[in-house]
Write a protein that binds this ligand. Structure first.
Ligand SMILES: Nc1ncnc2c1ncn2[C@@H]1O[C@H](COP(=O)(O)OP(=O)(O)O)[C@@H](O)[C@H]1O
Ligand SMILES: [Mg+2]
Length: 263
């Protein structure tokens, strides 16, 4: 009995490590961090409505590195806003870590955003005239108020900015500002990082550095979803989802790249 228990425990552990689960019938499945079912998003414009997302059904597994690509206007940012609980879909179901998000109050969604999701934007979105360190500590102001200066410093060291804690955004290069934004995204140790065109305003070298950083986080287990128009960036993702007119045009796993160990 004891040994059976032990076997079950070690099986559960190795499955967790490989992001798989076994249900009561013994079927092996993947742990979904994101589960979208028939997601629609329609914007009410003045003249006409815009159907920005159409029937998106998608499962993303924990620990994956996923790129979302497609032409301008195809719905990438809308999808990220839904995934990030920044915007509610007009139809369908979105489960994050198994929790249905539709019907949650604004406060509940804000708490999910704060605890479970880190955001990185194309334009960095740092507060001006606010130091790098203070920017990284901002998420603490929106959570329970316990400000963890030590962790914020540690995160800035980790993104290579240990010597720029007191710098203002306008004293930093684009690449450095984006590294501050990544440190800020990690403040509350989220399971999921959503990055919308994070290299869109950066030169090739800075883009490469940001990409390496995201890949490193992914190797440590953070699920990364990155929107990009840069196919060189997308080439590093394990899975590439292409949108067209608000719908999924293709969804491909790239050969030779494993989630968490992408080259
Ligand atoms: N707030 C909004 N109100 C009305 N239409 C919007 C709004 N946001 C986006 N759209 C429209 O939805 C479609 C998808 O936009 P978006 O998600 O920003 O695309 P992408 O990020 O791929 O460029 C576009 O047609 C865009 O004009
Ligand atoms: Mg966009």
């Amino acid at each position: 009995m004891a040994s059976r228990k032990k076997t079950a425990l070690s099986l559960a552990r190795s499955l967790a490590a490989s992001r798989k689960t076994v249900n009561e019938e013994g079927e092996v499945g993947i742990v979904a961090i994101i589960e979208l079912n028939g997601i629609d998003k329609t914007y009410q414009g003045n003249a006409q409505e815009v159907r920005a997302l159409r029937e998106i059904t998608l499962k993303l597994e924990a620990g994956d590195f996923v790129a979302v690509v497609g032409p301008s206007g195809c719905g990438k940012t809308t999808l990220m806003n839904v995934l990030g609980c920044l915007d509610q879909p007009t139809g369908g179901s979105y489960k994050l870590n198994g929790q249905e998000t539709s019907g949650l109050s604004d406060d509940e969604l804000a708490e999910i955003r704060n605890k479970q999701i880190g955001f990185v934007f194309q334009s960095f979105n740092l507060l001006p005239r606010t130091t790098a360190l203070e920017n990284v500590m901002l998420p603490y102001l929106y959570s329970d108020g316990s400000v963890n200066t030590e962790r914020a410093e540690q995160l800035l060291r980790r993104v290579g900015l240990g010597d720029r804690l007191k710098s203002w955004p306008n004293q930093l290069s684009g690449g450095q500002q984006q590294r501050v934004a990544i440190a800020r995204a990690l403040a509350n140790n989220p399971a999921l990082v959503l990055a919308d065109e994070p290299t869109g305003q950066l030169d090739t070298q800075a883009s490469g550095e940001i990409l390496s950083l995201l890949k490193e986080l992914n190797r440590e287990g953070t699920t990364i979803v990155i929107v990009t128009h840069d196919l060189d960036v997308a080439a590093h993702a394990r899975r590439v989802i292409t949108l067209k007119d608000g719908a999924i045009l293709s969804d491909e796993v790239q050969q030779g790249l494993q989630g968490g160990e992408s080259a």
